[in-house]
Ligand binder design. Structure first.
Ligand SMILES: Cc1cc2nc3c(=O)[nH]c(=O)nc-3n(C[C@H](O)[C@H](O)[C@H](O)COP(=O)(O)O)c2cc1C
Length: 325
């Protein structure tokens, strides 16, 4: 009896450290530290471009405009966009955003007659092929009608576990829901979240690795595996960012699926690395993506029941620090 407790404790410590080590190892092998491009130069470069244009874009939207701000960031952005072109990479929406932000920066300074001392000399900025791609825009608060609609969406969503197994959501619905979920905030707008979508026999094959779908998993017609692409992170400080950004994306995806008239249930991925490896093998999920959670999805069966799931009152969740009327 005396020996059992410390031994059990030791085992728990060992398990914890082993899993944390394995989590860390996955992060380290995906993240290109200090610009070391571990065979994924394109993704890393895209991450750098987004980080840089994000800083400049933010500067353009600050309450007090500081002429000449962020020159070193602008230089880095110019250099990386040129590198992108030199590598012959696709002129995608992130490249277009980078260019649009540079144009907005240059034009804003030109408007106030601020001399950027040749910062843009020899820099070719293509015409905007994607309208409203980058820069600053006016923020418009929601009008009361929309506030009410949003409240309704939030309050009516519930985890649905009773699906019509024969009715498969349409590709377009999934794309629209993902497009809405892409509006989730993410660190420096890097948008690392990815959604793997499975239908057919793969759903049951993958659900075998998940421990929270007993009693309803067999009727799930479509499954998401939400992941975060770790290659877009920069270093140790961002070791947990994948879970955070991926989690925020997943929340918005749940709401967006609800708005599409679909039912969805988040399914935990609180597992040891051994199960994680098994799921990624079965689902063809690359090693540089962190699995955040699974989501079962489909049409709710007519008259489907959901748990009430009582919430804590806001007063019990909030901790005010400071005067507020
Ligand atoms: C990350 C996460 C993991 C979850 N995992 C499971 C699960 O494995 N099985 C399940 O039936 N429900 C799961 N749920 C759903 C919760 O039980 C549910 O969100 C909670 O009880 C509140 O109910 P509601 O979503 O209907 O508001 C999960 C929810 C989250 C956010």
């Amino acid at each position: 009896m005396h020996f059992k407790t410390p031994l059990r404790l030791l085992k728990r410590w060992f398990l914890l450290y082993r899993e944390v080590f394995l989590d860390g190892r996955r992060f380290l092998s995906a993240v290109p530290f200090h610009g070391v491009e571990k065979g994924n130069g394109e993704t890393y470069l895209e991450g750098a471009i987004i980080r840089q244009y994000h800083v400049v874009e933010k500067g353009l939207a600050m309450p007090e405009f500081r002429p000449g701000f962020g020159v070193s960031m602008v230089r880095a952005l110019i250099k990386d966009l040129e590198k992108w072109k030199a590598l012959g990479l696709e002129v995608n929406e992130q490249f277009a955003a980078g260019q649009a932000v540079l144009r907005a920066y240059r034009d804003r300074h030109a408007q106030i007659g601020f001399d950027l001392e040749g910062l843009f000399d020899g820099v070719e900025l293509e015409d905007d092929c994607h309208s409203g791609t980058g820069g600053a825009r006016e923020f418009r608060p929601l009008t009361p009608d929309f506030r009410e609609a949003f409240e309704h969406v939030c309050r009516s969503r519930a985890s649905v576990r009773t699906f019509d197994p024969e009715k498969i959501p349409k590709r377009q619905q999934i794309l629209e829901a993902i497009a809405l979920a892409s509006r989730a905030p993410s660190v420096c707008n890097r948008q690392t979240a990815r959604a793997h979508v499975y239908t057919g026999p793969a759903v049951q094959e993958l659900l075998k690795f998940q421990n929270g779908n007993r009693g309803f998993g067999h009727r799930v017609p479509l499954l998401f595996v939400v992941t975060s692409d770790l290659r877009l992170f920069t270093g140790v400080d961002e070791r947990y960012q994948g879970w955070i950004d991926g989690g925020m994306f997943a929340m918005l995806l749940l709401l967006a699926l609800h708005a599409q008239g679909l039912g969805a249930v988040a399914l935990n991925w609180s597992v040891k690395n051994r199960s994680d490896v098994a799921l990624r093998k079965a689902g063809q999920i690359p090693s540089h993506e962190r699995i955040i959670m699974l989501i079962g999805c489909g049409y709710p069966e007519e008259g489907a029941m959901v748990p009430v799931s009582q919430r804590r009152p806001a007063e019990k969740m909030v901790r005010f620090h400071g005067e507020i009327s």
